[in-house]
Structure formats: C-alpha cells, structure tokens
Design a protein around this ligand. Structure first.
Ligand SMILES: [Zn+2]
Length: 123
C-alpha cells in the first residue's frame, strides 16, 4: 500500500512496522534524499509519520476520508452496505465526467436490478 500520507499529505516512500509494548504500529516513511554527515559519509534522510496501530482501521480510513469511508472490521457483516451508502453520498456531491457518470449509472442499475430480483422477483 503506497499513496499519500494520511497525516501530512506527502507521497509515502514505504511503510514501516514498529513494535511497542506488544502492539504493532504503522509508520509512513518519507524519503527526503541524502545529505553528507561528518567525514563526508552519505546519510539517507527520512521523515516518519505515525499512523496508528496495525489491525486498527483508523489509518486506512484516513486514506479514504475524502470519500467519507470509515472502514470496518470483518466482524461487521453489513459493512459493504455502509460503504456503499457512504460512497453514494460522496458521489452525489462529486464532479463526475459524462462518461464516468454513465458507467456508474449502469453499474448501479445492474446492482439495483439484481437486488430487486433477490428481494422477491420484482424488477
Ligand atoms: Zn507523512
């Protein structure tokens, strides 16, 4: 998983796991180039952003905060429905191109049709 850092917005070079007190935390590492240390030694410069405990969904949710998604654990059986509702709210506000809007409309119509059939044969 790469992309932009949910904490500072800079591109993430890589993610690191740090163990502390029996829990594992995720850290976004930003590569800042090299500089010369004492004696002319080349040193890699990095900046680190703490993102939260591994296994929590907090840091992933922040990555998706623009779309209004709050990611949930596997124990939430209807999380897909929650995601869909959050995305629907986002999409109704978002600026879509004509082609994207049409593609989305077709996808949603197909889903709606399948759901109506499952709900009792009405379509
Ligand atoms: Zn950062």
């Amino acid at each position: 998983m790469r992309g932009l850092c949910p904490r500072c917005g800079s591109p993430v070079s890589y993610y690191e796991r740090q163990r502390k007190g029996g829990r594992t935390y995720v850290v976004a590492v930003h590569y800042m180039g090299y500089d010369r240390g004492p004696g002319g030694r080349v040193r890699k410069r990095v900046r680190k952003c703490y993102l939260g405990p591994l296994g929590g969904y907090e840091y992933v949710s922040r990555l998706h905060s623009r779309e209004g998604l709050v990611l949930k654990g596997l124990s939430e059986p209807w999380r897909a429905v929650d995601y869909l509702e959050a995305l629907a709210a986002y999409i109704s506000e978002a600026e879509l191109g004509g082609e994207e809007a049409l593609r989305l409309a077709e996808t949603l119509e197909a889903i709606a049709k399948a759901l109506r059939i499952r709900a009792g044969g009405r379509s």
